[in-house]
Design a protein around this ligand. Structure first.
Ligand code: NAD
Length: 256
């Protein structure tokens, strides 16, 4: 049902972004994939998704830590009916030891990039008369954990930005929502496991069960396909009046 629509998904050469891009392609959308790298495998990924789902897929390199590159990504895409602000990084450290440059990078990539892409995409959506902005926030957009100051601040920020975008487009056929995943086993999570093992002096298995999934009452990781399916729902007619809100896919985390 998304035939003829173009979806731009930031940070989509791995993890949740790739999961969302794949489900949108399955629903018929043409894609623009993105990351900050420009490797043969990035372009090969675009070709393989195109061949598998019979849609047009381009890979456009742009560094989401730089406002100008965020804006250029949407301009180069040429059209943007569905914008998925997904690129994100993490750093885990107590506030006094938290490197200032990590703080700045997390705020830039996880929060400010969405402002820059949305600013360029909204006029395109208005011109075509339909649009969807989907921000990938987190359970950490609604709750907090120690040692994740920048991430929690950025994710709460993107939930606020989601609400403002929804209000500014409320009278149009444009919606803006945030998906709030709990733990999904992707590279960003894999990369946290060694730090958490050190911080908590625990084995890998104990970090997964007692630190990460301890917050997730289901005791299971969410999957990238489930996040992708949620994005497809937000693009459907059933979601026409769903705007300015958050959808948690977190195994019950935020119910605790
Ligand atoms: P990931 O590390 O697999 O993916 C992050 C993506 O962002 C990658 O494609 C990476 O290349 C890209 N990226 C990083 N820096 C970039 C930059 N400067 N410019 C452009 N692209 C950049 O991690 P993921 O788990 O798939 O995370 C995707 C999003 O989901 C993030 O916003 C993350 O905060 C959010 N999230 C993840 C989880 C989880 O448990 N995995 C939970 C909640 C929210």
């Amino acid at each position: 049902f998304l035939g003829g629509k173009t979806a731009v998904v930031t940070g989509s050469n791995s993890g949740i972004g790739l999961g969302i891009a794949t489900e949108l392609a399955r629903a018929g959308a043409d894609l623009v994939l993105n990351s900050f790298t420009d490797r043969d495998e990035d372009h090969a990924l675009a070709e393989s998704l195109a061949a598998k789902h019979g849609v047009k897929v381009r890979y456009i390199q742009a560094d989401m830590s730089k406002g100008g590159e965020c804006r250029a990504l949407i301009e180069k895409a040429g059209s943007c009916d569905i914008l998925v602000n997904n690129a994100g990084i993490q750093h885990v450290a107590p506030i006094p030891e938290f490197p200032a440059e990590k703080w700045d990078a997390i705020i830039a990539i996880n929060l400010s990039s969405a402002f820059h892409t949305t600013a360029v995409a909204l006029p395109m959506m208005r011109k075509s008369g339909w649009g969807r902005v989907i921000n990938v926030a987190s359970a950490h957009g609604l709750t907090a954990s120690p040692f994740k100051s920048a991430y929690v601040a950025a994710k709460h920020g993107i939930v606020g930005f989601t609400k403002v975008t929804a209000l500014e487009t409320a009278r149009e056929s444009i919606t803006c929502n945030a998906i709030c995943p709990g733990y999904v086993l992707t590279p960003i999570i894999e990369q946290q496991i060694p730090d958490q093992m050190k911080t908590h002096n625990m084995s890998r298995e104990d970090v997964i069960a007692k630190v990460m999934l301890q917050r997730q009452p289901s005791g299971e990781f969410a999957t990238v396909d489930q996040i992708g399916g949620t994005a497809v729902f937000l693009c459907s007619a059933a979601a026409n009046q769903v705007t300015g809100t958050t959808i948690s896919v977190d195994g019950g985390w935020t119910a605790l």
